[in-house]
Design a protein around this ligand. Sequence first.
Ligand SMILES: [Zn+2]
Length: 179
Amino acid sequence: MKPSELDSIKVAVGNGRAVISADDSIIIAMMLETLKSGRSATFYVPPAQAQAVMRSYYTPRRVKEIGMETVSKEERRKIESELGVKDMGPMFSNRIQCACGGIYGAFEFMDQGIRQHGREWVGAVVELKKTAVLRINPTQDAFCPTCGDILITGHWYGMHAPNGTLIYGCCSGPDVFAM
Ligand SMILES: [Zn+2]
């Protein structure tokens, strides 16, 4: 590690956030342990580490149970044209249906993310190279785009670069190893 690379670590730690450097297996074990504990954390890690966790979480059975789907090209185009977020690549998301009929999927998730964090932040995440953002047991609630009611069903997502590298994803549920 170059001395200049310590600067960003200084900033993060100065802001009260820990930065950990360890072997892949340690970091993956930490992420799985966090997942299992039900506690919430965001990991900024090399994509291969996040992908290892995503793979162990999104088993075919879980994908089916959650209703995880490939986000259509049309929806990705709508995210780009209406929300101004550059299309990254393959996206997966479940779609939550509200009692009022409103639907919450990838588009609504991105829309809500922009409103909460700003377009610059979302754009910067998309532009991160060689860093995947993995939200474990995220605490963010989803709200129906039509009636504004809070949606009790969780929202899951995975966003990838065109080559399949994970950019942004989530996994949640302490029951992960119960299945
Ligand atoms: Zn609704």
